[in-house]
Design a protein around this ligand. Sequence first.
Ligand code: FUC
Length: 797
Amino acid sequence: MSIPIRTCLALLTVSAASAATPDLHLRFDSPARQFTDSLPLGNGRLGAMIFGGVSEERIVLNEGSLWSGSPEDSDRPDAAQYLPEIRRLLLDGKNVDAERLFVAHFTCLGRGSGGGHGRNLPYGSYQMLANLRLVFPGGDSLPSGYRRELDLATAVARVSYDLAGVHYTREAFVSAPGQAIVIRFTASQPGHISFSVNLDREERANVATSGAGNLIMTGQLNNGTGGNGMKFAVHLAIRSVGGGITAEGVTLRVNRADEATLLVTAATDYLGFAGRRTPDALAAANADLARLADKTYPQLLAAHLADYQALFNRVRISLGAAQPEAEIKFTPVRLTSFAGGAPDPSLAALYFQFGRYLLISSSRPGGLPANLQGIWADGLDTPWNGDWHLNVNVQMNYWPAELANLSDLHQPLFALIDSLQEPGARTAKLYYGAGGWVAHVITNPWGFTAPGEGASWGATATGSAWLCQHLWDHYLFTRDDAFLKTAWPILKGASRFYADVLIEEPKHHWLVTAPANSPENSFRMPGGTVAHLCMGPAFDMQLLRYLFGATIEASKILGVDADFRKELEDKRARLAPTRIGSDGRIMEWLEEYGEPEPTHRHLSHLWGLYPGNEITPQRTPDLAAAARKSLEARGDVSTGWSLAFKINLWARLGDGNRAHRLLSLLLTPVGTAPAQPGVRFNGGSYENLFDAHPPFQIDGNFGGAAAIGEMLLQSHTNAIQLLPALPGAWPEGDVAGLKARGGYEIDLSWKDGKLSRATLHAARAGAASVVYGDKHRDIRVQAGKVYHLNGQLATVN
Ligand code: FUC
């Protein structure tokens, strides 16, 4: 087969990019057996999962806005009437009675998320788009030299093998500039590309052929009220060189071609806060395809690489000498041996970059934020509806965004936050009689802001406070005053709500939230009954200290709302403080309740250590010591995202070795870590490095990537801390392009566990305070200048 010259040039660009960086491949020697072994590709909106089957291939297609359900009135009109009584019962220590009243009158109207099964309810569910199925001839023969890999340097998945003397290659990527899934089939001899292709979906879809070599799927999901909801369309086109294409019903057949390329476009008619603004899904999918009409495969690939690498190449990382290619093992083998204690620092580097890859692939400006599964779902009943959980999960998805130099990909989350103001203002009024806006624990593309359907988890009303941390943090990292101006009404509205709802508790006269939960955790009342509903959990109080602090600062910077600032300053000073209990741990609740599940997965009361900043070993050593005790008591083993949370917490405590030990638990093949008594979930990773709650939940991937960054660089105090939690397992390394608050870009190299060089790229003029171990250096920096420091923090050239 002759490869067009432009293809050769494009491939050369690909290998040049990979040669400069340490190994960035997920590698397999067999096809995927299940979704969670397959290779995820995406452009923030369209997703594809490559299984790599030889005789039969199923590629799972996704579209990030494809949700069933529809806008719903989920606010109880009379809820506020019950608030005083719920509060009175809590103030009287009658939490169980308060909880009963909450269940009867203060949960959402309707069935909410349906216990995580909301597909046919108005809440809805994110779901897969379609299966793209391929059948190849010669099905029974066994191939040799089978390889399946995902190259993070190029965001291209490749499957290759030899069969009957012919070498076959499939290459796939999802292009953001082209808004299409592109899959190319080549063989070492002409006339050897033959396969059949069709599209299917378990329900609510029709497939038809269109012209020569095109398939169109259209459908409409359930709106949850007995009607039709969101419409969607998929358009698949085959381009082949040589041979022919025939159609049999809705199956297309490529016969004896020299090469073939599939182009898949897709759209929904979602008109919500950030989706594609089109009333006609099919017209949008057709238009996307039409735009590619005169593009060759090399042009499509080159545009994809230029777009992807502009984001991906911002950070380089190496956590040890690069291994020679021949010695790099297949990813599942690496997972097993790393979990077994074998050193593999480049697996951590790969995992960090995989997290960045996943964010680039699942979150692009103009689209919806990465959901519980990013954009990758197989089937229709996606776990927990594949929604946005606001009591840790969606925030964790964005933990690496700033630090890992993908600040612009934070935008979809900001669009979600923006969209919650209007429904959230209604919820604030109808439940609490309060101003401002609020979001509780779960939300969907339909603007759900009411409490959840259960009191044990759905009463948490600080989802919106935690979301707002992302606005403020984005500002701290970028110092973008124009952004702060647009964020101001959102911060103000969120603070307005909490300032309105705080009540005084009788013992210490602190201001507290009520009703509340320490997310999803339970406690034992003095009589022994188990309850969930409480007042002023440490989580809420830490969040509100942070939110009020950010709003106060923002109002000063913008020179606005001095009266409101004063109100927040007064109320902030009266919030219940973070306290240490009689056993030396951080108190999770206002009282020292008994704990039915001491190893609970949520680490809510340690929010102030990470991602907050009120607990630090330097400024609050007693609280930091208490946080360490709390972490010890929670134990190590937990769900995937909980492991990722703990790694960040240990990194903030400066304990790199403990953080690394937990990283090896996160990178343990799911289900193989020894179970621990009393621990309900045993998380880890799937073969494709997807995080296992279990089931697959992408937050742990993002949380884990953020944690690796936090081990190398922290900036949550006023200082830039270099290598604050470097584990012994990474004695040498290099990282370039991490971001620190204040607008800095930082490069670091170290040897024998010691910093050898640090470079600060200052985006703006100011004072940088740099800390390494017990060394400290203040530098006046100028905008656009670069500063090189040695391990003593002295300036070098
Ligand atoms: C939170 C967690 C669960 C799960 C769910 C999606 O509610 O407590 O473990 O991750 O989100």
